[in-house]
Design a protein around this ligand. Structure first.
Ligand SMILES: [Mg+2]
Ligand SMILES: [Zn+2]
Length: 187
């Protein structure tokens, strides 16, 4: 079995901007490339799971998403970081576009994409971590042995305080991805 890190994208790998889809607007957060390399060096597969309701809302297309995604994956690859897989949810219960109007099982906090990744990549959740800037990015930690880090300051202040106070047994607070990674891989 394999171990993996479930990474949120926006606000975790890159600067959070509302409904980002243009390459020129994508900005890696500081230290992310080195941090991902460190995880990779420690034997973790890197798996991105991202809600992309902007597709369902009609703000950008699946093709736009894929274009940015391909660019991000190849930019990381040029720097020695291999993203094993990227899963995304384009749905929303009240999506503007029919095709995506769905109370799906894949939009985080739902676990559909996490379990798809577990199946596709033979993951041992006991050895996995989820990292994201919203609690929904760590939803897999609730009922499994997966551990998680809530990072940055984009979640509601009271939710951040709850995490800091140790309210969730498997989720801890970290200032950013670099800090979370340094606590996962201690040298
Ligand atoms: Mg996010
Ligand atoms: Zn979905």
């Amino acid at each position: 079995m394999n171990k993996a890190i479930f990474l949120d994208r926006d606000g975790t790998i890159n600067v959070e901007k509302n409904y980002l889809y243009k390459i020129e607007d994508f900005e890696f957060l500081p230290g992310v490339v080195e941090a991902l390399k460190k995880l990779q060096g420690a034997g973790y597969l890197l798996i991105i799971i991202t809600n992309q309701s902007g597709i369902g809302r009609g703000y950008y297309t699946e093709k736009d998403f894929k274009k940015l995604n391909d660019w991000m994956v190849s930019t990381l690859k040029e720097q020695g970081v291999i993203i094993t897989d990227v899963y995304f949810c384009p749905h929303l219960p009240d999506a503007k576009l029919n095709k995506y109007r769905k109370d799906c099982e894949c939009r985080k906090p739902k676990l559909g994409l996490f379990f798809q990744a577990v199946k596709d990549h033979d993951l041992d959740l006991n050895q996995c971590y989820a990292i994201g800037d919203k609690m929904r990015d760590c939803s897999i930690c609730e009922d499994t042995e997966c551990k998680g880090f809530l990072i940055e300051k984009n979640e509601k202040a009271d939710a951040i305080e709850k995490v800091k106070a140790g309210f969730f047994s498997h989720v801890e607070y970290a200032t950013d991805l670099v800090n979370a990674v340094n606590r996962i891989v201690t040298d």
